[in-house]
Design a protein around this ligand. Structure first.
Ligand code: PGA
Length: 250
């Protein structure tokens, strides 16, 4: 049986002070969430603070991107291995903002995914289509290709050491959530595509939904059979809202 997982994606938000008060209230109340896993992916510069404040709690933490290289002359980049110095568990890979704003290709995303796994981090692999791709009936093609890039480089079994997040780009930060059925359809497609190569991996891999999840729509989304939790942007910056979403995942 798959456990649910809810991961906050803080994106480029926070300050030492604001993080402290957000994490303090989460820590105080997270014990009410006994049957779902919880994680937070923060900006690199706050990872030390995350490890100081979250060590020993049930909340795991991680980063939002890494380099596809091990080390060397790559100004501005951060290597997967560096995250281990801050006891990270997760790293988001291939978020649509990285794919679309910084031109990360399916191949580059796959290389980053491989680097994350090579040091024992759990990649949270984001896939999802643009609005015009959905309107053109291309959703399954796009998501299928994003997934195949990973499988071709790392093999199907690698997915058992990862989390997948389906995030339709048109639903991210827009307040326009996919309906539970729209999300379920793509989640089922992803699981079936994996099942064609390895039924056991398909059965066990956690597939999260992301895109304008909030305290009011989370329970309905998470009730769908192939939705195993959420990747939460804006709503993860408010303690109460994030806790409500975590509770909805149980
Ligand atoms: P959102 O972001 O919840 O603010 O739509 C989700 C994400 O980008 O991971």
């Amino acid at each position: 049986m798959r456990q649910s997982l809810v991961v906050g994606n803080w994106k480029m938000n926070g300050s030492i002070q604001r993080n402290q008060s957000l994490l303090d209230s989460l820590k105080e109340n997270i014990k009410s969430v006994q049957h779902a896993q919880v994680g937070i992916c923060a900006p690199f510069v706050y990872l030390r603070q995350m490890s100081e404040l979250l060590k020993g709690t049930q909340i795991g933490w991680g980063a939002q991107n890494i380099s596809h290289k091990d080390s060397g002359a790559f100004t501005g980049e951060v290597a997967a291995s560096m995250l281990l110095d801050f006891d990270c568990k997760y790293v988001i890979i291939g978020h649509s903002e990285c794919r679309n704003l910084y031109g990360e290709s399916d191949q580059l995303v796959a290389e980053k995914y491989a680097k994350a796994q090579s040091v024992g981090l759990i990649p949270i692999l984001c896939v999802g289509e643009l609005l015009e791709q959905r309107e053109a009936g291309e959703t399954e093609n796009v998501v299928g290709q994003q997934l195949d890039a990973i499988i071709n480089l790392q093999g199907i079994a690698s997915l058992s050491q990862s989390v997948i997040a389906y995030e339709p780009v048109w639903a991210i930060g827009t307040g326009k959530t996919a309906t539970p059925q729209q999300a379920q359809d793509v989640h089922a497609f992803i699981r079936q595509r994996i099942a064609k190569q390895n039924a056991g991996v398909a059965e066990n891999v956690q597939i999260l939904y992301g895109g304008s999840v909030n305290g009011s729509n989370a329970a309905q989304l998470f009730s769908m059979p192939d939705i195993d939790g959420g990747l939460i942007g804006g709503a993860s910056l408010k303690a109460n809202e994030f806790l409500t979403i975590c509770q909805a995942a149980q």
